[in-house]
Design a protein around this ligand. Sequence first.
Ligand SMILES: *Cc1c(COP(=O)(O)O)cnc(C)c1O
Length: 459
Amino acid sequence: MESTKFVLTEEEMPKSWYNINPDLPSPPAPILHPATKEPVEPAFLEVLFPKRFVAEAMSMERFIEIPEPVLDIYRTWRPTPLVRARRLEKALDTPAHIYYKYEGASPVGSHKANTALVQAFYGKEEGLDGFTTETGAGQWGSALSMACNFFDLECHVYMVRVSYDLKPYRRVLMHAYGAEVFPSPTDSTEFGRQVLAETPDTPGSLGIAISEAVEAAVKSNGRLKYSLGSVLNPVLMHQTIIGQEAIKQFEKAGEYPDVVIGCVGGGSNFGGFSFPFYYQNKVNGYNTRILAVEPQACPTLTRGLYAFDYGDTAKMAPIVKMHTLGHSFIPPAIHAGGLRYHGMAPHICALYDHNFIEAIATPQVGTFEAAIQFMQTEGILPAPESAHAIKAAIDEALVCKEEGVCKVIAFNLSGHGHFDLSSYQAYLQGDLEDYDYPEDKIKAAISQLPEIPEAIRLM
Ligand SMILES: *Cc1c(COP(=O)(O)O)cnc(C)c1O
């Protein structure tokens, strides 16, 4: 009998994260202060983030131990399974072997719990009362709500108003974990009041919600800090348990992937899955292709500029060097809400810039088609974000069929779609469209990038 599911025991779970900092093709660009545009001191970041998190951002240690209290909670759902998608292979009639790593197995249904727990633990260790954060449709907000609940911390979530009103179920989930959830913009922050005065009917945006969460943390007299669910390297590093588990699971399967695939919003599930394979390529002589998949409606890597830009719309967050569509870029309201960020994790951009990874953009309707084909063969309803990775994996498998070659294809199934049924309903009713973002709009957004002195740009 051939195995379908490859599992690790709790003892086999990796005990440290892989930090890519020492293995980047070029030294990371400095993080700049949003007002002075000078490189920031750790003290600036420590007002926002837990000290241990800031230390991780600067660390050149290749492997960093996972704290025991975090491992204890990981064990309730980790190691997550690696599954051979045999019925999908059969439906595609492909000689390729397709595997997926299932991060939807976490209690909140996505990989985001992996870093939320770490950040909550660091906050508790430091004596904080709690965290502020933003959330779009609620995936990140629910992960942090669960983590704060486990470590007995307050959790203040600024949820984009349109999602707060139209997607109530993750809001209920956050409340049930004990979090406070505010529709953003609120009248409880200065920035929120300013936005409401100018545009009382605004649906809100992730950029506005980030700015409110940052303001609430900064004005809490050190009681609260801000928690970020993607983009910065410590977050990507916390996710590397995914790829490290997968490598051990492939040993059990007696195979090794020719290509690894992940969807990219801010880059955390993709980085977490693929960085350990990048390390294998670099240090152990493997030659795996690494493929990032983004939506055509928010084509950060494939069509954005590689430049310094603000992390948020209100220009309060630090400036980092990344592929960006401009901090003022507002992507269309596609259903993969988690992939609508204007920028991208700087470490992923550095690898892309040096051709260590590839990127493609997929259209919305075809991506939902792939999601349904996956669901009807493998049974799992994927998150619309994860469906981008599925679409790319299916396309790779069809190339194998055409060329008559057997390759091993692995993708990260970053989450399930049980809270995204209204999106599936829209797809099934034929209401979805593709958006190919017009070049002039991208050009206009990119023209608003901050001006950075040449001496710093070349650092
Ligand atoms: C948030 C989210 C993403 C996108 O975020 P990344 O940081 O790019 O991983 C992808 N998939 C799921 C299921 C998510 O919840």
